[in-house]
Design a protein around this ligand. Sequence first.
Ligand code: AMP
Length: 213
Amino acid sequence: MTAARFRIAVAKGRLLQEALPLLGRAGLAPDGDPLRERRLVMPCADDGGAEIVIIRAADVPTFVEYGAADFGIAGKDMLMEHDGRGFYELCDLGIARCRMVVAGHARRGAPPRRPRVATKYVATARRHFAQSGRQADIVKLYGSMELGPILGLSDLIVDLVDTGETLRTNGLAEIEEIAGISARLIANRASMRIKGTAMRAVADRFAAAARTE
Ligand code: AMP
């Protein structure tokens, strides 16, 4: 591993696509195309001291918490699921916006008093139902949550909604919103202590780039 001044972990997929223009405006564009290449670690083209690491969205908080990356760019959905103790959340980058919702069949009556809820956001779903004093049985899925109610696996789902098209197409409808979601810049706590001034300068570049979004 190179001795980079800063390592920035970025969640791959939809978030990476939206993060690339922002990284460019912050002067931290990778020296290649992470959407096409297989390289997992890329130096920043205009900042020799920084490098971008492309990792699975759910792993970004872990890499930052353990200091394997100084910064991370991850969806608020992943931070809520991770419990957020091992890092600072520095700013809202205003990209990859969507909402986390509870959804169910569009044309059926109220769900049972103790619904079964399919989701990949187990901790968030559990917290949401507990906070509102309701019982629910949470079932972990890794994708295509919409199939839960369709195939009778669950009464409800907790998932991200952007345009609402996926829910509509599958005969489902939003029942309640849990949280507004967007990508956040997070930082390792020890890195902020040790390289505080330089880290804050990088965070300011991100905040300025986010404002011009
Ligand atoms: P939509 O049909 O536009 O409402 O998008 C819903 C589908 O896209 C669901 O499968 C979501 O899990 C996924 N999705 C929506 N927004 C995001 C996001 N910001 N990050 C990751 N997945 C998302």
